[in-house]
Ligand binder design. Structure first.
Ligand code: NAD
Length: 474
């Protein structure tokens, strides 16, 4: 009996699924699930050998591998969303489906690697995007499987292999994504261990990985601490750090639409993504109308000053230290903890705040959204600069006045600047452009794509390929 390739693929997928469901006694194996290693050095060595094999493969091979990742992960979107939600307790199921869909279908592959050409009387030059080698990737607790899938696609498309150190609090869902991606690579005939990961990750293990001489490049998606760590490693580092996106609304904006957009953006996965609206700055003359629109679109307005003070201290007790237990929870759950009952279907709890309120100036990652009144757009822009505070991440502007839009864009200097829409349009969700789970503000690469994970090389063809002045024929 002969088995065709498709049937074989199905059998392999079924067997590996069965093995995962049953679980394995990882203590007796150095390699736990596909791609995962207890021993950090083994994980790096395996990824190093796999990258050497990938170097011998074509761009079409890389594309086949990344297409396989899409095909193989897509049927597991619901499983991954459930797993991630259950494990981290942060966010909401519906938006996790959106985030996973965007990561799987919206991440660019080899089409991003367009070589450059230049020519003059001396010949021609070609600029190629070459891989770095083994990349060490640190992933967050807020988008765990999404980041593994997105980083795998862009880093492999660029010709690299990857060693993942995933967040300990999101280990299970990240590990499942590593396993699915590893299976997809093998199904496409790619090198085994093109992505590997560290079993039961700890900071100590991550440090061993980061210092390993075969790890040439580091990519950290997370808070300021981990970005600082990779930038002081002495290696090439891509740092995707924290944000605190302000949303300005001026008197020329479509206020009804702005209210709806801000609620949609700020409630997206219960505010855990780094791009989501974290504070609203509204010009006084339209502030009441804006609040009215927000409440019509699922926001709950808290008016009591004592409750506002209590809520602020509870959610952000210290600078840059949100109450970890409240991150990504529903508004009604958070308010219940301080003895306040609001409807369960509230998408975001809003309140008017002074500009130095702790929830205005710090990244809360929970659907509790302060609104600050300002006298005019100029005062609003100044405040937005303070709120963003050089994180170089994201800002949002609702205005029909191009002078205001231009002034704010040039002053906040963020990587992402959304005009008249919700934050997630910048991720290709109802907007233009590709999806990225690693937005490199501090190091400046922006929404990461394969090109970011390459070295630019120049090939100089002296006197060659000069079709305008061919000396051979003269
Ligand atoms: P985190 O900083 O706690 O962890 C990120 C990763 O770094 C994890 O894998 C963690 O284990 C590791 N890590 C943390 N400190 C380390 C250290 N000192 N040494 C070695 N490894 C270390 O991040 P988190 O809390 O899971 O994610 C939320 C934060 O990440 C928020 O601030 C959010 O804005 C930011 N974020 C940014 C982006 C972006 O693209 N810019 C994307 C997602 C999240």
């Amino acid at each position: 009996m002969t088995i065709d390739e498709k049937t074989l693929e199905r059998i392999v997928a079924l067997v590996s699924k069965e093995l995962t469901v049953r679980g394995a006694d990882t203590s007796t194996f150095s390699q736990c699930v596909a791609g995962e290693y207890e021993d950090v050095n083994e994980a790096v060595d395996a990824a190093y050998a796999a990258q050497k094999q990938l170097l011998r493969m074509t761009l079409a091979d890389r594309k086949r591998i990344t297409d396989s990742i899409i095909r193989h992960c897509a049927p597991h979107i619901e499983e991954l969303a459930h797993m991630e939600l259950e494990e981290t307790g942060m966010g909401n199921y519906k938006d996790k489906l959106t985030k996973l869909n965007a990561a799987i279908y919206g991440t660019p592959s080899v089409e991003d690697l367009i070589p450059g050409m230049d020519a003059n009387d001396f010949g021609a030059a070609m600029y190629e995007f070459a891989p770095f080698g083994v990349i060490g990737a640190l992933t967050p607790s807020t988008n765990p499987p999404e980041t593994v899938i997105n980083n795998s696609i862009v880093m492999i498309a660029a010709g690299n292999s990857v060693v993942f150190s995933t967040h300990p609090n999101a280990y299970r869902s990240s590990r499942r994504a590593v396993q699915l991606v590893s299976e997809a690579i093998e199904l496409a005939g790619g090198p085994k261990n093109l992505i590997t990961s560290i079993a039961n990750p700890t900071i100590e293990k991550t440090n061993i990985m980061m210092k390993h001489p075969k790890v040439i490049m580091l990519c950290a998606t997370g808070g300021p601490g981990v970005v600082r760590t990779i930038l002081s490693s002495g290696k090439k580092g891509i740092g995707a750090g924290a944000g605190n996106p302000p949303a300005l609304v001026d008197e020329t904006a479509d206020v009804q639409q702005a209210g709806k957009d801000i609620v949609n953006g700020a409630s997206y996965d219960n505010n855990i993504p780094c791009i989501t609206e974290k504070a609203v700055v509204a010009v006084d003359s339209i502030c009441d109308a804006l609040i009215d629109s927000m409440t019509k679109n699922g926001a709950y307005l808290i008016k009591d000053k004592e409750i506002i003070e209590k809520l602020t201290a509870f959610c952000m007790p210290k600078e840059d230290s949100p109450n970890k237990k409240m991150i990504g929870k529903n508004p009604s759950y958070i308010l219940k903890q301080i003895g306040v009952t609001i409807p369960d279907d509230t998408r975001v709890a809003i309140f008017e705040a002074a500009e130095d309120n702790m929830l205005v100036m710090n990244e809360q990652m929970m659907p509790i959204l302060p609104i600050v009144r300002v006298k005019d757009a100029e005062a609003g822009i100044t405040l937005c600069e303070r709120i963003e505070n050089n994180r170089r991440h994201t800002a949002i502007c609702h205005s029909k006045n191009m002078d205001v839009v231009t002034e704010m864009a040039s002053r906040v200097q963020t990587t992402i600047f959304v005009v008249n829409g919700p934050c997630y349009t910048s991720m290709g969700i109802g907007g233009v452009g590709h999806n990225a789970l690693t937005i490199a503000g501090p190091t400046g690469e922006g929404l990461t794509s394969p090109r970011v994970f390459t070295r630019k090389r120049k090939i100089m063809l002296v006197d060659s390929f000069n079709i305008r002045n061919n000396k051979m024929k003269a």
